[in-house]
Design a protein around this ligand. Structure first.
Ligand SMILES: Cc1cc2nc3c(=O)[nH]c(=O)nc-3n(C[C@H](O)[C@H](O)[C@H](O)COP(=O)(O)OP(=O)(O)OC[C@H]3O[C@@H](n4cnc5c(N)ncnc54)[C@H](O)[C@@H]3O)c2cc1C
Length: 390
């Protein structure tokens, strides 16, 4: 593995950093993104910010230029994502479109679908949600029961989805529904694009442990989807969904940078509380530091493999398992450093957290669930990498 950037890679990084210094709504390297109490305001800010990024062509870096991308590859995507995270830019509000639907339509959609959807994904003019999980179909996604019935000119969908992030803001939903009830579970599923403003779509926000309402239940009652909103062949939705699901868990420079920043902040916090040499804390700080370096190497190995055209396969599971468990250990260490003030949400004077650490601890509890639970990742690693029996 040669880690030296090429001249082009270095100049892309420099260009991105210079653009960020000029356009970030806060001072580069000093300020922080605004915090919003209301998700509506946060999403509005996120849309405006992504639109600005898109003008600079910093969204969809690996997409063809005709759709607003830069025609780059995995390394270019990695560099730009790393730079954005280093600048503490907020996560893209249109990330589900950018990370999941976009790559799916690029790989399996029609030219008409690409032209219709991709530019609006890049600019965040349209936001997407992922209508996959159901109350009885999460890890075992193939058992999903949302039903699509053939009608003149398209399909009618009925069923219930759950944990649908940002559905209340979404214009479109990428939806898996069953089109053949007689086939084996994986064989009878089709990939649909659902208009989230269509008649029969009912979105009900769910309250999370952080008191935010990012995800939702979505009820679909006789929702019409025209034929030209089917992605790929009918009954092949499982294959199509899986070809892009690995994007969710593979290389993850954003989480790498965020957690590297968290480790720095943890060390500063520990120093300010004079516990660096505390034998109950010191080894845990060292472990957090070592783990972030290992995560960096996992990422580099993956991006290098991806750039050479290799499939990520189970390596994506190893990365996801690693960073999510690392994150939980890191946050537990933060709580140990905060000691008796750890549960305080809004800070007491002596508590350097203004709720940020507590929210972060709660939020990252979900990291071992989203994008496939860690038990499922262990199954994948066990069966596909280690050759263990099912
Ligand atoms: C923050 C967040 C955002 C999300 N956003 C979305 C979204 O936008 N769209 C969407 O469609 N979904 C979304 N999800 C849902 C997510 O994909 C599911 O929660 C996940 O797939 C697990 O499914 P489940 O919750 O039904 O749990 P279950 O599948 O019911 O699992 C329950 C427990 O059983 C374990 N288990 C299940 N099967 C096995 C097995 N074979 N071997 C060993 N253990 C097993 C699991 O690991 C888990 O501990 C989101 C989830 C989170 C936490």
């Amino acid at each position: 593995m040669d880690l030296t950037p090429t001249a082009d890679e270095q100049s892309l990084r420099d260009e991105c950093r210079a653009w960020l210094r000029e356009h970030l709504p806060w001072e580069y390297g000093v300020g922080l993104p605004p915090r919003f109490d209301d998700l509506v305001d946060e999403v509005a800010f996120g849309r405006a910010w992504q639109a600005k990024l898109a003008e600079g062509r910093w969204v969809g870096v690996a997409w063809p230029e005709q759709y607003g991308g830069r025609g780059g590859g995995p390394v270019e995507h990695y560099i730009v994502t790393e730079e954005l995270a280093t600048a503490r830019a907020p996560e893209l509000v249109g990330r589900i479109g950018v990370n999941l639907l976009g790559p799916t339509v690029l790989a399996h959609g029609t030219d008409e679908q690409r032209a219709r959807f991709l530019p609006n994904i890049v600019s965040a003019r349209e936001i997407w949600c992922q209508l996959f999980s159901e109350p009885e179909a999460g890890s075992d996604l193939a058992s999903l029961r949302t039903r699509a019935t053939r009608v003149d000119g398209g399909w009618v969908l009925n069923g219930q989805k759950v944990w649908t992030s940002y559905a209340q803001f979404a214009d479109w939903g990428a939806c898996l529904a069953r089109t053949d009830f007689d086939a084996r579970p994986q064989a009878g599923i089709t990939y649909f694009v659902v208009d989230m403003r269509a008649d029969g779509v009912d979105v009900r926000p769910l309250r999370q442990i952080t008191d935010e309402r990012e995800f939702n239940e979505v009820f679909l009652t006789d929702v019409f989807v025209p034929d030209d909103r089917v992605v790929g062949p009918v009954n092949e939705g499982w294959r199509i969904a899986n070809s892009t699901l690995t994007h969710e868990r593979g290389v993850n420079p954003r989480q790498l940078v965020i957690h590297a920043q968290l480790v720095d902040e943890l060390w500063r916090l520990a120093a300010s509380r004079d516990v660096l040499d505390d034998p109950r804390i010191g080894p845990r700080l060292a472990q957090a530091y070592v783990e972030i370096q290992l995560f960096r190497l996992h990422n580099w190995r993956s991006v290098s493999r991806h750039a050479k055209g290799g499939e990520l396969g189970p390596v994506g599971s190893i990365n996801k398992l690693w960073w999510s468990e690392m994150s939980k250990r890191l946050h537990d260490t933060v709580m140990a450093v905060l000691g008796e003030t750890a549960p305080l949400w809004r800070g007491a004077a002596e508590n350097p957290g203004d709720g940020t650490w507590q929210r972060s601890w709660l939020y990252y509890q979900a990291s071992s669930i989203w994008a496939g639970t860690n038990e499922i990742q262990r199954n994948v690693i066990g069966e596909r990498t280690l050759g263990l029996p099912r």
